[in-house]
Design a protein. Structure first.
Length: 279
């Protein structure tokens, strides 16, 4: 009996050690590129290329000054905010009623279509979308980029919020109907407030996707509507690459996403998991 208990304890300790070793490996794999990116953004180009300056170097803000002064990154930030916020708002306006309808009326066929659209790569829609928008002279506009991002953001929000609506007991709505509340009133006054964490999570993920999207901005955008991912190419030419400016620009793009993830991590996790719990 004593030997068997010792074996069980050894196995538990071994599993814990293995678990934390895997966690440490994942953290290192994730953090090392990020730390290198941030540190390189404060280096001169010659220091970036010099392996002896990997850890010890004289920091400089020149790269960030170039990003905001020489390359005028304020405009791409403004453009990215317009596109990301616009796509997220439209996705919520159209996606939340659709998710409610699928959840409450068991529209399984529509749910399957939404799932199929969610799985299909975004590049599949790019060519027909470009032809349609070019014929109505919308290419190179904010509306074109917002509508293009909506193709991905809308199914994403429906996919996340639908199980959250399903987890809310139908008896709550039935009580509201008995008190004279309409379907629209129940949706606005009961379902949306109770589904707040799920909606919040879906909106954050939609915003992050639109913020980081490069392909739609490349094909459907213009110099006037250039977003942050497109602005990064200002540091790349046929003959040279401004590595310092490129690193600083990458930090500018990545920082809002990391900040949102760190600050709102608790709400995102709770929003994703709560929809899977029936009750």
């Amino acid at each position: 009996m004593m030997k068997s208990k010792k074996k069980v304890k050894v196995k538990k300790v071994a599993l814990k050690v293995l678990f934390w070793a895997c966690v440490a490996a994942i953290i290192l794999i994730t953090l090392i590129p990020l730390l290198y990116l941030v540190s390189s953004s404060f280096k001169r180009i010659v220091d970036i290329m010099n392996p002896d300056k990997l850890f010890f170097f004289v920091p400089t803000l020149k790269n960030y000054i170039d990003v905001f002064v020489k390359y005028d990154f304020i405009k791409p930030i403004y453009n990215s905010l317009i596109v990301s916020v616009g796509a997220t708002l439209l996705a919520c306006i159209f996606g939340l009623p659709a998710a409610y309808s699928i959840a409450r009326y068991n529209q399984n066929k529509l749910s399957f279509i939404i799932l199929a659209v969610r799985i299909i790569p975004a590049i599949t829609f790019l060519v027909p979308w470009y032809i349609i928008l070019s014929r109505v002279h919308l290419t190179g506009t904010y509306l074109a980029l917002i509508l293009a991002n909506l193709l991905v953001s809308l199914p994403l929000i429906i996919w996340i919020v639908t199980p959250y609506f399903k987890s809310i007991p139908a008896s709550i709505e039935e009580s509201a109907f008995l008190d004279g509340c309409s379907v629209y009133g129940s949706f606005l006054r009961i379902m949306l407030p109770l589904s707040g964490p799920g909606i919040f999570t879906a909106a954050i993920l939609s915003f992050i996707y639109s913020w980081n999207n490069f392909l739609f901005a490349l094909i459907l955008g213009s110099a006037r509507t250039k977003t942050l991912p497109m602005a990064v190419f200002s540091f790349i030419s046929y003959t040279d690459v401004n590595w310092g400016g490129l690193m600083a620009a990458a930090v500018v793009i990545t920082f809002p996403v990391i900040l949102i993830s760190l600050v709102l991590q608790k709400y995102v996790v709770s929003g994703l998991t709560a929809g899977a719990v029936k009750g």
